[in-house]
Design a protein around this ligand. Structure first.
Ligand SMILES: [Zn+2]
Length: 260
């Protein structure tokens, strides 16, 4: 059984020196499938090239990340992104969402851009990859209007037990993207508790979010998809199951969600 990285930015400039090698390292270490979430119109070419070069291993999405919204020009950004054609079908709309960590003053535009893209996902019958930072309440307010119609992944889930329980109860077609943070001793402790006690394995997909958030024992280094095994190991330890079970279940979850 192979691993599935549901969130990796191989097209990021952090891989300019060794992009091909990084993909090959992932594949050789058992990470056979990788979803490459688009962030803005600037990501398109990089994703396109990788998906063409590694058709069995790299899968594209389309989306405008909340941090990449140009408040003066977002309509053109959206047009450019959603008119783009890859040589293969996209597997999701993402990453999209709301980020209130740095940018509270753009909340209204972020909401509008998010909702616009939720509607595209519904139209195209695709899951969404949600980027949500300190904005769970705002995301829920929008998703509540589309209950039962929309599915996807809460990428890098980072909220509390209550929000995890709400997602399980109210959004049954959603998964939790779990990555390096769960291995962090202090800042990952709450998430580890949630993974251990609240989330069934059937609701978890693995992700790296490379080049960011490298798991222990690689913490602080550039993250890459081949490190995803450390996340699977940590989840196995928390859930008290063998790593094979974690890999099999999370890969199956991801295959089901992305239909690949
Ligand atoms: Zn990302």
């Amino acid at each position: 059984m192979y691993l599935f990285d549901t969130h990796t930015h191989f097209f990021d400039s952090a891989f300019d020196e060794d992009r091909e090698e990084a993909v090959l390292r992932a594949v050789l270490s058992g990470v056979k499938k990788n979803v490459l979430p688009c962030c803005s119109e600037k990501s398109l070419k990089g994703i396109f090239d990788l998906c063409k070069q590694f058709p069995e291993n790299c899968f594209p999405t389309l989306g405008l990340h909340p941090e990449d919204i140009d408040t003066q020009n977002y309509e053109n950004q959206l047009k450019e992104i959603f008119n783009f054609e890859f040589s293969k079908s996209i597997v999701a709309i993402g990453e999209i969402g709301i980020d209130l960590h740095y940018m509270t003053d753009t909340l209204e535009i972020q909401k509008k851009v998010f909702e616009y893209q939720v509607n595209i996902a519904i139209e195209r019958k695709l899951p969404i990859i949600i980027h949500c930072r300190e904005a769970y309440k705002e995301i829920f307010e929008i998703l509540d209007n589309y209950k039962g119609k929309i599915s996807g992944i809460f990428h890098c889930f980072s909220s509390n037990k209550n929000d995890a329980e709400k997602i399980l109860k109210d959004y049954e077609n959603f998964y939790f993207g779990i990555g390096g943070v769960v291995t962090f001793k202090k800042s990952g402790a709450e998430l580890a508790e949630i993974v251990k006690n609240v989330l069934p394995l059937e609701k978890i997909v693995l992700e790296t979010d490379s080049p960011y958030l490298a798991p222990v024992p690689k913490r602080g280094q550039r993250n890459e998809s081949s490190f995803i095994r450390f996340v699977a190991e940590k989840i196995a330890e928390l859930k008290n199951v063998d790593i094979q079970t974690v890999i099999e279940t999370t890969t199956l979850n991801a295959e089901k969600k992305f239909k690949i």
